[in-house]
Design a protein around this ligand. Sequence first.
Ligand code: 26A
Length: 348
Amino acid sequence: MAAKGNYELLCLENPLLDIQGVGDEKLLEKYGLKANDAILADPEKHMGLYEDLIQNYKAVLIAGGAAQNTARGAQYILPSESVLYIGCVGKDKYGETLENICKEAGVKTEYLYDEKTPTGRCGVVITGHNRSLCTDLAAANNYKLEHLKQDNIWKQVENAKVYYVGGFHLTVCVPAIKALAEEAAAKNKPFILNLSAPFIAQFFKDPLDEVLPYVDILIGNETEAAAFAESHNIDSKDVKKIAEAIANGPKKNTQRPRTVVFTQGTDPTIAVTAQEGGKVDVKEVPVHAIGEEKINDTNGAGDAFAGGFVAGIVKGEPLEKAIDMGQWLAKLSIQELGPSFPQPKQTY
Ligand code: 26A
């Protein structure tokens, strides 16, 4: 058995149960959804989606929540007892389900329990290789800094060596993100943020900009890069140029240069690291190609990439290898149903 990891990786975000079904144009149109997107549910427009998926599209209930998927992915690779995950759930069956799935995956959860609000859910509409995510955050929206600051939790924060925050949490609890970010900067530990979805850079620009100076590693995909460029007046459509602009942005912890990692679907992943004098180091890492016929669905592909990548960072691997670990785990995950990983465990 591998050595125990002492919970070196701490992840924070929104625990959600995914309600995933194979949909069609009609379903997307009915709820005004794009084929490949992630949005917050509009209480007026989207609340019928979840029942619709279950009743009419044979939806399955699976563990979701982007950073929770990443936490399970990283634990898939790391020695046992390496990953701790924090977020807010309701005191209900869905919350229990998530807790059990994390436990089975070896991820320790420190949930805040909201007595009055149900566990959050994400409607996932699969059409071909696209996935449309529509999230009713519910309890996940009620995460509070006070929970993180409780003695028994904060001790675990201090004990962690690497922090990973899903950008989706910028819509929920910026003070908790900043508390982790400040701890990371003060002790020179890596703080990793995922851009999560185009709407974060578009509509949550201010909280994003508040956290960015603390970010050592920023992860995103090509559409998130484009949304970032647009909202931040970066006059380029070239992911390398966008990554370069972000890598060279202001930074709190000057002991670590910033790295920006952008995935691009089946095109190579770009990693840009800031260097002395405004220069940058650019790396390109190809994906692990698989035949179309092997793809089950792409729900959680980006989270799996982040999981493999972050596992590499925790292990102290060089950047290119960490990225390759991400590509490897993403390839495994897209062959499974939703954001999950094959059993028995495969090794990198
Ligand atoms: C705040 N929002 C919109 C969200 C999410 C989310 N996780 C956290 N916050 N919207 C979708 N997801 C999750 O993303 C995963 C796929 O990358 C879904 O639960 C899904 O498992």
